[in-house]
Design a protein around this ligand. Structure first.
Ligand SMILES: Nc1ncnc2c1ncn2[C@@H]1O[C@H](COP(=O)(O)OP(=O)(O)OP(=O)(O)O)[C@@H](O)[C@H]1O
Length: 300
C-alpha cells in the first residue's frame, strides 16, 4: 500500500495556477524527492498534503485513507521558514507540540532527551530558542517534526543553514527514519542530496510535472554525453573523431563531450594507439544536468 498518494491535484490562486495536476505515490520506507525551480509549485503541493490549504481538484490519500484534518495533522512537517517561538524554552515548545499530536508528556520528554543526545546538544533542553545558533535551531525544528514518531513526513529544505558535519548528522537521521518505515516527501534544490537519498522523484516546472520516476530509470533515459580519458601523454586528433563535439584538457587527461555512444569507443581506440591509458569512463548524466535540461528546455 502507498503511504502517500496524490491524484491529479490542482490549485489556483486567483488567475495563477500554482499546481497543475500533480500525481505521485510513495511507499512506506521511501524518501520521495519533490524538485523544481523557484515558484514551481513545491510548497503549494506540500501545504496541500499537510491539509493547510485545500486543492481545487484532485485527491490526497494517506496510508490508503482519504485525507482528513485528523490524519494530515499526524504528518511530521519541517517547514522551510522556521516556525519556532524564539522566547520559549526548547523543552516547553517541543513537549507542547508532541502533546498536541497525541503523545503523553512523559513519553515526549523521554523522546526529546533522546533526540537532544543524538544531536549532541543535551544542554539545550532548558534554553530558549533565540539563544541557539541558526543551525542548532534547525536541529530543534527537526525534532519538532519527528517527536510524535510520524509515519509520513514532509521535509522542506531540511539541511539548509547547517554546516557539513550537521548535514551528515541529519542526513543519516533521515535515512534511519526511512529504514524504520517512514515515508518522507523531501524537497530540496541540492541535487547531490537527492541522488543520495531519493528512490523516486518528480521534477516540477511552472506548476507542471515535467519528469517523474525512479532516479535510476531517469538517469538511464538520458544519453551519456561525457567521456573522461585519463592519460599522461598528449592524444592527437580527438577533435576529429566523429561524434565528438567538445574536447577539454584536464589535470590528468581529457574531458570530452560526445553526441553519440559509438564515439566513446573511437576515442578509446585513438588514445590507446598513442600510449597507455590510466582511466576511461563514459559518465552518466548527473541529476543536476538532468534537472537543468528538463527545466531549461521548457524555459525556451
Ligand atoms: N498564497 C498565494 N497566493 C498567490 N499566489 C501564490 C500563493 N502561493 C503560491 N503562489 C504562487 O504559486 C506558484 C508556486 O509557488 P510555490 O511556493 O508552491 O513554489 P515553490 O516550488 O515552493 O518555490 P520555491 O522553491 O521558491 O519555494 C508561484 O508562482 C507563487 O507565486
Amino acid at each position: 500500500m502507498n503511504a502517500l498518494e496524490l491524484n491529479h491535484l490542482y490549485k489556483q490562486f486567483g488567475e495563477k495556477t500554482a499546481v497543475n495536476g500533480i500525481s505521485l505515490e510513495a511507499k512506506p520506507g521511501e524518501i520521495y524527492g519533490l524538485l523544481g525551480a523557484n515558484g514551481a509549485g513545491k510548497t503549494t503541493t506540500m501545504r496541500m498534503v499537510l491539509g493547510l490549504i485545500y486543492p481545487d481538484a484532485g485527491e490526497i490519500r494517506l496510508k490508503g485513507q482519504k485525507q482528513t484534518l485528523e490524519n494530515s495533522r499526524r504528518i511530521g512537517y519541517l517547514p522551510e521558514e522556521r516556525g519556532l517561538y524564539p522566547k520559549v524554552k526548547v523543552s516547553d515548545q517541543i513537549l507542547y507540540l508532541a502533546q498536541l499530536r497525541g503523545v503523553s508528556r512523559k513519553q515526549a520528554d523521554a523522546d526529546l532527551k533522546r533526540w537532544l543526545e543524538k544531536f549532541e546538544v543535551p544542554e539545550y533542553y532548558n534554553k530558549k530558542v533565540e539563544e541557539l545558533s541558526k543551525g542548532n535551531q534547525q536541529k530543534i525544528q527537526f525534532i519538532a517534526a519527528v517527536i510524535h514518531n510520524p509515519e509520513i513526513m514532509v521535509l522542506d529544505e531540511a539541511f539548509s543553514g547547517l554546516d557539513p558535519v550537521n548535514v551528515e548528522l541529519l542526513k543519516s537521521t533521515v535515512k534511519e527514519l526511512r529504514d524504520q518505515g517512514a515515508c518522507i516527501l523531501f524537497s530540496t534544490h541540492r541535487m547531490e542530496h537527492v541522488e543520495e537519498l531519493c528512490r523516486n522523484i518528480s521534477i516540477l516546472h511552472k506548476s507542471n510535472t515535467v519528469l517523474k520516476g525512479a532516479v535510476k530509470d531517469i538517469k538511464n533515459s538520458f544519453p551519456k554525453e561525457k567521456v573522461v580519458l585519463g592519460v599522461e601523454h598528449e592524444v592527437q586528433g580527438l577533435e576529429a573523431v566523429p561524434g565528438v563535439n567538445g574536447v577539454e584538457r584536464t589535470e590528468d587527461g581529457y574531458l570530452l563531450r560526445i553526441a553519440r555512444p559509438e564515439a566513446a569507443q573511437q576515442i578509446l581506440a585513438a588514445a590507446i594507439a598513442q600510449g597507455p591509458i590510466q582511466r576511461f569512463e563514459v559518465l552518466e548524466p548527473t541529476l543536476n544536468e538532468i534537472f537543468i535540461k528538463s527545466v531549461g528546455e521548457r524555459h525556451e
